[in-house]
Design a binder for this molecule. Sequence first.
Ligand code: ZN
Ligand code: ZN
Length: 86
Amino acid sequence: MADLPYATCPYNKTHRILVLRMPQHVLKCQKSYMGPPLKTCKYNAAHRVLDMERHLTECREFKNFMDVENYWRSFECRKPKTSYDE
Ligand SMILES: [Zn+2]
Ligand SMILES: [Zn+2]
């Protein structure tokens, strides 16, 4: 049996939450959270962090997003020489 991916709740480090359930969990946990306000990651709403710049250096969704951007950019630069022969 494969290990299910668990992540630590951004609002309470003692919470270990299934990654799939995290979006609903953070909404619930947010309501009872008393600490400094956390910022929501643009690339994954389940990511709540104090320091967004630092987070983006290690955010996997942000990295994926940039990879896709770079992929399409390199694709645009290298237009195929023979596209459609009419
Ligand atoms: Zn929690
Ligand atoms: Zn993130």
